[in-house]
Design a protein around this ligand. Sequence first.
Ligand SMILES: N[C@@H](CCC(=O)N[C@@H](CS)C(=O)NCC(=O)O)C(=O)O
Length: 215
Amino acid sequence: MAALELIIGNKNYSSWSFRPWIAMKVKEVEFKETLSLFDEATDQAHFLEFSPTKKVPVLKDGETTIWESLAILEYLADLFPGLDFWPKERIARAQARSISSEMHAGFGALRIECSMNMRREVRAIDVSDAARKDVARIEAIWQGCLDSSGGPFLFGDFCNADAMFAPVVNRLHRYELSRADAVTKYSEAMTALPAWQEWEAAGKAEPWIVEADEA
Ligand SMILES: N[C@@H](CCC(=O)N[C@@H](CS)C(=O)NCC(=O)O)C(=O)O
């Protein structure tokens, strides 16, 4: 098997990069990590050298390029069927895919107003009604999943759905957006992961400031 390479942006802000990265770490998949930094001056023109959309993350498997975080997670599930990137059980798997698609396509207000920011001080900001609705929907998803599975992750063991929601744990905490029980419990499980802690420590140590992501 060719070596896998995951190309990501920085760790402090790049929430889409974080998703496949944490899934691969938790599932102990070996990969080469390549950081390709954002460059506001050129609008990331250099991303076009490896990414058809000029966005990160990108997974390279030999000559093959896979882009879009959710497609990367699907590819990993195909590549490593024994690692349960999706839940084993068919209905749970369908639900995990439903909420992952919802995350991939939605929650725009929350994502735009409250960028993932690993080193941000914990401080509330004024957010729109749309962002509040996003938070309420996330609380309901997490509560429903934890009730059904018994936790500690959305479908019991960590799976791709958890990878898709991982950056939201940072947002709800850093912008003081929720006090729901499900959020507290789920955030405890997520932030206890060595993979989470590795990413967060690396993000905090980065020197780069992206003004647009500093709410
Ligand atoms: N839908 C894409 C979103 C990727 C995305 O927006 N990535 C950001 C970084 S987190 C990016 O590369 N931005 C650079 C740009 O838009 O120029 C995915 O799921 O991978």
